[in-house]
Write a protein that binds this ligand. Structure first.
Ligand SMILES: [Zn+2]
Length: 310
């Protein structure tokens, strides 16, 4: 097994991220596999340079050991360009230029068709989908959209079990570049996983819709499909994603307050059902306790303001 840590450098790592990173570490070591550390820093306006250094420091502090040097997406831009050219100019009518604004899309949908996936927004109505390879490319600002498949895609998730989705009906054609030509997160991740030999993707369950988009991309690019594990998130006591209203849940904050990495590791393992009590533990001492079948499928709802005696 070869999996990856891919902390987002658009902000600080919080408790929920820490737990996902620990799962990837335990799963890789338990399987005798490899763990690469990749920094998804293509999304340039949102990337914070301090967040890259801090993610490395946070993960080391937790006791997570990875293989090799951290890999920066920005060091490999030619790979993304190559894959993009296959999709946009490869002759398979796989993608098309789209000049629509958000407003155009909203107006084209008389009854906005929301995706069943939380937070995915309206399904693109196909306004620009009539383009065929070789047609004139519009002079206006445009992104490129992938023509997704109108058939049920399936995968067997290591945590959630069988998952299915018809991307055309449930997600819609999606951008593989921004309007200024930058390769999208979806495409960059697929290219990275393939070129880095990642065969097992471990990440939060808020990315299941992304996985179906990435399955379509892998198919079009002729890449092997990795295994997937979508792990439960940590939610605040109101059942919403961790945010400022739940208090400061950044790892750096706990560290500054004198909370030990062992306390956080013990909490993470306990909240995942891997150990019976939330005693402090070293990350490396829990490798043998890791078992996919013990992980809960539901998110963990908790009062983060009462943790670690703060
Ligand atoms: Zn369009």
């Amino acid at each position: 097994m070869r999996t990856r840590l891919a902390p987002s450098p658009t902000g600080a790592q919080h408790l929920g991220n820490a737990r996902t990173h620990l799962i990837a570490y335990w799963a890789a070591r338990r399987a005798g596999g490899e763990l690469v550390f990749r920094i998804d820093n293509l999304d340039s306006p949102r990337v914070k340079s301090w967040a890259i250094d801090q993610a490395i420091e946070d993960l080391r502090w937790l006791g997570i050991e990875w293989d090799g040097q951290p890999i920066l997406q920005t060091d490999h831009e030619s790979r993304y360009r190559q894959a993009l050219a296959t999709l946009t100019h490869g002759g398979g009518n796989l993608a098309y230029p789209c000049v629509c604004s958000r407003k155009d899309i909203a107006e084209a949908l008389s009854a906005p068709h929301e995706s069943r996936f939380r937070g995915e927004g309206p399904i693109y109505p196909g306004t620009c989908a009539g383009y065929r390879d070789g047609d004139a490319i519009p002079e206006q600002h445009h992104c490129w959209r992938l023509r997704v498949s109108d058939q049920t895609l399936e995968f067997d998730d290591a945590v959630l079990g069988p998952q299915r989705c018809n991307p055309a009906r449930e997600l819609g054609d999606f951008p593989i570049t921004s309007k200024n030509g930058q390769v999208s997160y979806q495409l960059a991740v697929v290219v990275d996983d393939q070129s880095q030999g990642v065969d097992f993707v471990i990440r939060g369950n808020d990315l299941i819709a992304s996985t179906f988009r990435q399955l379509d991309l892998s198919r079009h690019l002729g890449y092997p499909v990795p295994r997937y594990a979508h792990v439960p998130l940590v939610l605040g006591s109101d059942g919403r994603r961790l945010a400022k209203r739940h208090g400061d849940t950044r790892l750096s904050h706990y560290r500054e307050c004198g909370v030990t990495a062992e306390a956080i590791v013990g909490w993470a393992a306990h909240s995942l059902g891997l150990i019976d009590t939330a005693e402090p533990q070293k990350a490396s001492d829990l490798i043998d306790q890791f078992d996919w079948s013990r992980l809960p499928t539901r998110d963990t709802v908790m009062d983060t303001e009462r943790l670690f005696g703060l």
